[in-house]
Design a protein around this ligand. Structure first.
Ligand code: FMN
Ligand code: ADP
Length: 317
């Protein structure tokens, strides 16, 4: 897959089978669309092209909306798209000026001149251009005179998959990581750095690496205890994580991500790691004392072993 950081870097060679979108998470709905353009490209001896944007349009259009958290960083999005077999990925900078392009300019300048579109594959709910004025009906009207064809993904097909980035964000916020993983078609993970905690963990027999996500826009699942996989220096381990405020030990409202890594002993401070959330075990609870918490963490360890018993980590990247 060739990656271009702006539209002008892309020079169409073969018939371009194009789709456009933000593709946050590259979930199973996105994956289906990607296989459609890849199949069409093969059948027509053309090349599949995805035009996507960074930063996420909502972060540019509604900067005061600090709540928006994303399923994928740009690097994660690129890696997921690479795995889909796409030929060309254009990550165009999304700016206010870009958002003001009129529908007609979008079609003639971007789709026709810059992308050399042969077929445009989109769903019924696709909007583009200033104030989202361009839509499927408009494209269908202008495509013949502009020399390209629209391939519409039928509403039924979209509804059958019934997945959206919004739906996955909601599942993760509610702690439903198994459901989110089903919708994503892979297991949700976060890259982060190991930072200092309160140094209580080791005294309980459960040292916990405190993880600070590398990307401030990355969505952190809702509070709770999770069975996880954990990557340190390219080696994968099993482990158990807590996300939350740790009400047993502090009154601070600050939520943290902590992982007790199984069969590992060593210094992790400052390391870049990845936590992958496989399933949720329970809610975070305020215990009477540390001994009660430690007892529960013994159970959590057993439950995690069970949850991950059949897990091979061979396929992990
Ligand atoms: C698997 C797991 C489950 C946890 N469950 C809870 C919990 O239910 N309630 C709570 O207050 N803290 C919970 N914690 C957080 C511990 O209180 C925390 O790891 C401990 O205080 C050590 O913190 P430190 O690493 O900052 O020293 C959990 C931690 C882990 C790893
Ligand atoms: N199996 C393990 N799982 C997690 N952290 C471990 C493990 N073994 C050693 N460590 C180290 O111990 C640190 C966590 O110890 P802890 O007492 O909980 O301190 P902190 O409050 O700084 O997280 C980790 O950041 C890591 O450097």
């Amino acid at each position: 897959m060739k990656v271009y950081r702006k539209l002008s870097e892309f020079k169409p060679q073969a018939k371009a089978i194009v789709t456009v979108g933000t593709f946050d998470g590259v979930h199973i709905g996105h994956q289906k669309l990607l296989s459609t353009i890849n199949d069409l490209a093969k059948a027509e001896d053309g090349e599949s092209v995805l035009l996507t944007f960074s930063p996420h349009p909502r972060l540019v259009l509604f900067p005061e909306d600090n709540d928006l958290k994303l399923l994928s960083t740009l690097d994660e999005r690129i890696e997921r798209l690479r795995k889909s077999g796409l030929d060309h990925l254009i990550v165009h900078p999304f700016t206010i000026d870009f958002s003001r392009i009129t529908a007609i300019d979008y079609v003639s300048e971007i789709l026709v001149n810059q992308l050399g579109v042969h077929k445009l594959v989109i769903g019924y709910d696709h909007h583009f251009g200033r104030n989202r004025e361009g839509n499927l009906e408009y494209l269908k009207k202008v495509a013949p005179e502009c020399g390209f064809e629209i391939v519409e993904i039928p509403a039924q097909e979209i509804d059958d998959v019934n997945v959206s980035s919004t739906k996955i964000r909601k599942a993760l916020v509610e702690g439903k990581v198994s459901l989110a993983n089903e919708y994503l078609g892979y297991e949700y993970g976060i890259d982060g750095t190991v930072v200092n905690g309160n140094k209580i963990g080791r005294t309980m027999g459960f040292p916990t690496a405190n993880i600070k996500p590398l990307d401030k826009y990355k969505l952190v699942p809702g509070s709770g205890v999770y069975a996880v996989l954990f990557r340190i220096d390219d080696v994968w381990y099993k482990g158990m994580a807590n996300i939350g405020t740790r009400p047993t030990v502090t009154n601070s409202p600050k939520s943290v991500i902590e992982v007790n890594v199984f069969n590992f002993d060593g210094d992790l401070y400052g390391k870049k790691v990845r936590v992958v959330f496989v399933s949720r075990l329970r809610n975070e609870v305020k215990f009477e004392n540390m001994a009660e918490l430690a007892k529960q963490m013994e159970n959590d360890a057993d439950n995690t072993e069970m949850a991950l018993a059949d897990r091979s980590m061979d396929f992990m990247d």
